[in-house]
Design a protein around this ligand. Structure first.
Ligand code: LLP
Length: 379
């Protein structure tokens, strides 16, 4: 019996996705740090950890979660443009593997604290590659004017002063990128930057971020992202003779397709428009992406009805932006029918809002024929 909205995760698909990602990574000498921001459900994290991936955290809360799950400190990297002193201190005192500094000021803070507490954590610099990509402007990060990273000139200055303290470089161009040309552009850019680095600096660690997109239009046909194409593109100008291992931080491509949000039709209104307007019991509080980025998620129902109609689908919050878009073609819907919002494993539950004090959806996991149900753990 339906007891309210829930996220349902297909752990078999997650297993297959991880296998494919690991296969491509081993062929291209890449090592992966899963970007926890995409989904921080413990059961999902346990699965990812069990396959040997490291983890990319962007807050002390995420580092804490990673340690709770059992990740070794040596498999944790820490990024983020606004790390507080407390967060830096937490990361360094736990001797995590690598901290990605995003500004000259942050580097100074990290350097001093690292010396003071004699932390084993290594330092990498995040450089803004100044590459513009064709994705939603709110998830593009790699252009000069974006707040992320430091300029190449700033990084060069730090490296010249501290050639042995800086161990690596970090880049990330944006998210939901489907055109592999952008990753080739990044590869070329990084290669030319590496060639200009001060003599005597040894690049031990190169992290090229995440960003590989998934197919939101046809998730059933393309459930697994193009890991092979992504890594090949990144390697094109950066062969192993230049850098032995490339580190990556995939988030969406690992978990995006394995999750779906299940909700129920509450009301159907027939207004002046030509499409009936459906109101669900899930909306922007449970899945913010459509309201925030006009993101389009495919919506399906298991119901069978020969007659299909086009619907506009809305959430229940008191906001006009709380809607999932027009032209969702579905078998004729009635009050009480369940619908499934697909491709919501990434940036779904992890971006939930507290707005209107709506109850958080449960999480259900399917693996083999085993079904587990958990209440979402709120940080
Ligand atoms: N590394 C860095 C430095 C990042 O900023 C991000 C994502 C990732 C890795 C992981 O990127 P992915 O592989 O998931 O594309 N909430 C937005 C996406 C924001 C991405 C933020 N950074 C959305 O729902 O589309």
């Amino acid at each position: 019996m339906y007891q309210g909205p829930f996220y349902q995760y297909d752990l078999d698909l997650l297993n297959r996705t991880l296998s494919e990602a690991l296969r491509a990574a081993s062929e291209n000498n890449c090592s992966m740090y899963y970007a926890m921001k995409a989904n921080h459900e413990s059961k999902i994290l346990e699965k990812i950890k069990s396959k040997g991936l490291g983890v990319d955290c962007v807050s002390s809360g995420e580092i804490e979660r990673a340690l709770e799950i059992g990740w070794a400190s040596s498999k944790i990297v820490f990024a983020g443009s606004g790390k507080t002193l407390n967060e830096i201190s937490y990361a360094l005192s736990n001797d995590i593997y690598m901290i990605h500094c995003e500004s000259v000021e942050e580097f100074e803070l990290v350097k001093d604290l690292k010396e003071q507490i004699n932390s084993q954590t290594l330092i990498a610099l995040r450089i803004n590659p100044d590459i513009s990509v064709d994705t939603h402007s709110k998830i593009s990060t790699g252009e000069r004017h974006h707040k992320f990273g430091m300029s190449f000139e700033e990084a060069t200055m730090i490296i010249s002063e501290h050639p042995t303290l800086v161990r690596g470089l970090h880049f990330h161009v944006g998210s939901q990128i489907l055109d592999m040309q952008y990753f080739e552009d990044l590869s070329l850019k990084v290669r030319s930057l590496i060639e200009q680095l001060p003599n005597g600096f040894k690049l031990n660690y190169l992290n090229l971020g995440g960003g590989l997109g998934i197919d939101y239009r046809n998730p059933e046909r393309n459930p697994i992202a193009n890991f092979e194409g992504w890594m090949n593109a990144l390697r094109i100008h950066l062969p192993t003779s230049i850098i032995e291992t490339i580190s990556l931080e995939p988030g969406r491509s690992i978990v995006g397709q394995c999750g779906r949000l299940v909700g129920q039709v509450q009301y159907i209104k027939h207004k002046d428009s030509d499409q009936p307007l459906v109101i669900l019991d899930v909306g922007m509080s449970e899945l913010l992406r459509p309201a925030l980025y006009d993101a389009r998620h495919k919506i399906t129902t298991r119901k069978e009805d020969m007659i299909e109609e086009n619907y506009t689908i809305h959430g229940p919050s008191c906001e006009s932006s709380d809607h999932f878009g027009f032209d969702h073609r579905l078998p004729r819907l009635n009050r009480g029918d369940l619908v499934e919002i697909l491709s919501t494993g990434a940036y779904g539950s992890s971006m939930q809002l507290n707005y209107n004090l709506r109850k958080a959806p449960k999480s259900k996991f399917i693996e083999g024929n085993i079904y587990t149900e958990l209440k979402i753990k709120v940080a």
